[in-house]
Ligand binder design. Structure first.
Ligand SMILES: *Cc1c(COP(=O)(O)O)cnc(C)c1O
Length: 356
């Protein structure tokens, strides 16, 4: 059990107009923080007014990138209650990421207590307009005040929250994706399966180049042979090829998404053939050419699913499903958002209501 001290802000901010909500631009009144040191373990757990963080200029995170994060949402149901979606999955993944980067782990029950106490306190910030939610961003960084390179001895854990708008303000429009055959996002043995900030820094260049050519994101290939499909942008990727749902197997360089896992569980439960396996660019181009690629979509917490309407490989453009969202993609969107916003019954036990 953490002993969480609470300091309330003097003047709560006005809640934003839901029509102005973007992603991660507005923050709530408070934040959760806790410190870790080798000697004391986790201590000084606190909820304090949202404010800048002061760091020693030699702080590990600023030099060696010791940082991991999570992303999950609180959803407001029609009856006014606020609920989380599979928060224990995020907590376990956070600790897996911490293990990979030699950052301290926090006991699951303590991290859950921190998250629930914080969300309970900030839940009035959860907007209720369709598609909107309260995005929660736990993050953890190394905070040793020395330039020495070693496993972290001091760290800081923070949770901030941001009311966010609907990802699909103008309806779900399929996106154009460029297959990236130069940069790679991650390699086996590296940090691909950890949700660490450095992975994002390393993928920005390819994302920028794709954007300049008019594409929304890149499709990543594996770092050794540039042959096997891994992820799309910062989402997992799934395909429907000749009736089979195919998603790359978790080989170490792929982030184990909770949306990915939920899609697999929903589809398997409905009798679809779902394969987590290697999918080569050769097999994908063949399916594109002979018309057996029926659907392609990205999946992640922010968008839930993002249909792919066009793939470009080595300068050749291939439409997917006539540039329209496919039936499986739409079905997954309806099912997951239905459960998340409490519009359909959660037969999986995935939702986690917050006490008022
Ligand atoms: C967070 C993330 C995902 C999606 O994970 P969810 O748990 O579904 O949100 C996929 N790929 C990368 C690289 C990510 O960082």
């Amino acid at each position: 059990m953490l002993n969480i001290s609470i300091t309330k802000c003097d003047a709560p901010k006005a809640k934003p107009d839901p029509s102005t909500l973007g992603f991660g631009k507005i923050f709530t009144d408070h934040m959760f923080m806790a410190d870790y040191s080798h000697e004391m373990g986790w201590h000084n757990a606190r909820i304090v007014p949202f404010a800048n963080i002061s760091l020693h200029p030699a702080s590990t995170v600023l030099h060696y990138g010791s940082e991991i994060f999570e992303g999950l949402k609180a959803y407001r149901r029609a009856d006014g209650k606020v609920q989380l979606f599979r928060p224990l999955e995020n907590i376990r993944r956070m600790n897996n990421s911490a293990e990979r980067l030699c950052l301290p782990q926090m006991p699951e029950e303590d991290m859950l207590q921190a998250l629930l106490t914080f969300v309970e306190m900030e839940q009035d910030w959860t907007p209720s307009a369709p598609g909107t939610s309260l995005y929660l961003r736990p993050f953890l960084f190394g905070n040793d005040e020395t330039l020495g390179v070693h496993a972290v001895h001091n760290a800081t854990f923070v949770i901030i929250a941001s009311p966010v708008g609907s990802y699909y303000k103008e309806g779900i429009n399929p996106v154009r994706i460029m297959i990236e055959d130069e940069d790679v996002r991650a390699v086996r043995g590296g940090t691909g399966y950890a949700k660490c900030g450095g992975n994002y820094a390393a993928s920005n260049r390819a994302g920028e180049r794709a954007a300049q050519k008019g594409y929304s994101q890149v499709l990543w290939l594996d770092g050794v042979e540039r042959k096997y499909i891994e992820e799309v942008g910062a989402m997992n990727v799934m395909f429907k090829i000749n009736g089979e749902i195919v998603t790359p197997a978790l080989t170490g360089s792929i982030l184990p998404g909770i949306t990915r896992k939920s899609c697999i569980e929903v589809l398997k439960g409905e009798g679809y053939k779902v394969s987590e396996r290697l999918l080569s660019i050769g097999e994908l181009s063949e399916a594109l050419e002979n018309g057996t690629l029926e659907e392609a979509w990205g999946c992640g917490t922010a968008a839930v699913v993002s249909p792919i309407g066009e793939l470009c490989y080595k300068g050749v453009q291939y439409p997917v499903n006539g540039g329209k969202i496919g039936t499986v993609t739409q079905h997954l969107y309806d099912t997951l958002t239905g459960i998340q916003w409490g519009k359909i019954e959660d037969t999986y036990g995935w939702t986690y209501p917050i006490e008022k």
